[in-house]
Design a protein around this ligand. Structure first.
Ligand code: DTR
Length: 341
């Protein structure tokens, strides 16, 4: 009896071994986990677009890829973003090019006073420019998307309707916007956006020069009761990925990411343009903010001071060997094309 049971058990064991060794290996690729760093707080537009991208990627890869997001500079801060991604501190990072202007000369040309009308058109234009010139500053990373803010305006604690009222007033701005403020005679103070609330509270600056959605997202409307409409320039952003991490992705996942490059730029531009309107309605209707349009006479004076900026940029960068005139011409042409879309 004992012997029979022994044979039986041995048989079952052998059968099990046979089944295991001959069964096809289940196709179960390792899930891919990516980290995504961002510098401003979660409710702001760079982080809203980050969450949208994460959701789309997780959906389109059927959960094969999961993205862990780090808003608020918890993984990388504003100026450390590019190097942090190159060095693999984060797999993906979102950066504002204005915070390192010399590093992104070609794409930062979108922050010249060229009259880009809104974030959607400017975002697609930025992407067109990047694709055409493939600038050196992005060679070590994979670009996942690019977008810009809506055009900038002055938000201030004091009313500013004339150049005389702006003269010497400390206003916070970065990158191309800094040149513009200087030309208008303001005292430009440079710092990334996340440092601005404290600078405003402490009175280090009396205002800022940026797209207007920050009136609501950073609650600047509680401190800045005046807005002067200038509608220029935009600030360009990029979302970049560590090159080794990109190269290690399966081809079908790479395709999902590639398919999102233009779509995400357009989505973000659209979100930004609508959100500016919403933020300004809130600012005017619930925070008592006053909006000034420049008088025609003032507008002519403000605009005249901007004319030399683009000409100087072309001259300086042509001297450095860049096709500077073509870059500016291309931005104008791409904008026209994208406006027609
Ligand atoms: N205008 C740029 C970029 C910017 C605009 N809105 C936000 C919100 C969060 C971070 C950056 C930005 C700037 O003034 O820094």
């Amino acid at each position: 009896m004992k012997r029979k049971v022994g044979f039986l058990l041995a048989g079952i064991f052998l059968a099990a071994m046979f089944t295991i060794s001959w069964a096809p290996a289940p196709v179960q690729a390792e899930p891919i986990k990516l980290t995504y760093a961002n510098f401003p707080p979660a409710p702001t537009f760079p982080c809203v677009q980050m969450e949208r991208w994460k959701e789309e990627v997780e959906k389109r890869t059927n959960g094969m890829v999961t993205v862990q997001t780090f808003p608020g500079g918890t993984l990388l801060k504003a100026k450390a973003m590019m190097d942090g991604v190159i060095n693999g501190v984060a797999d993906i990072g979102c950066l504002c090019m204005a915070y390192q202007p010399g590093r992104f000369t070609i794409t930062n040309a979108t922050a010249l006073p060229l009259g880009l009308p809104n974030s959607e058109v400017a975002s697609l234009t930025l992407l067109d420019l990047y694709k055409k010139y493939q600038p050196e500053g992005f060679k070590k990373v994979k670009v996942l998307t690019m977008f810009t803010t809506a055009p900038s305006n002055i938000m201030s604690k004091i009313p500013i309707k004339t150049l005389a009222e702006l003269k010497g007033v400390p206003i916070r701005a970065s990158g191309g916007a800094a040149q513009i403020l200087k030309a208008w005679g303001a005292t430009r103070v440079g710092m990334p956006m996340p440092e601005t609330p404290e600078a405003l509270q402490k009175g280090v600056v009396k205002g800022l020069f940026s797209s207007l959605e920050v009136m609501k997202d950073f609650k600047f409307a509680e401190l800045c009761k005046y807005v002067t409409m200038t509608q220029t320039p935009v600030y360009p952003f990029a979302v970049v990925m560590n090159m080794d991490k990109w190269n290690a992705l399966p081809k079908d996942v790479q395709k999902v990411f590639d398919d999102l490059v233009v779509e995400q730029a357009k989505w973000t531009g659209n979100y930004m343009d609508n959100h500016v309107k919403e933020a300004m309605d809130w600012s005017v209707n619930t925070q008592g903010v006053t909006v000034f349009d420049l008088s025609p006479e003032q507008k002519a004076k403000w605009d005249a001071l901007l004319d030399p900026i683009t000409a100087k940029w072309i001259k300086d960068n042509a001297a450095k060997g860049l096709p500077a005139q073509a870059i500016v011409d291309d931005i104008r042409a791409f904008a026209k094309k994208n406006e027609g879309k």
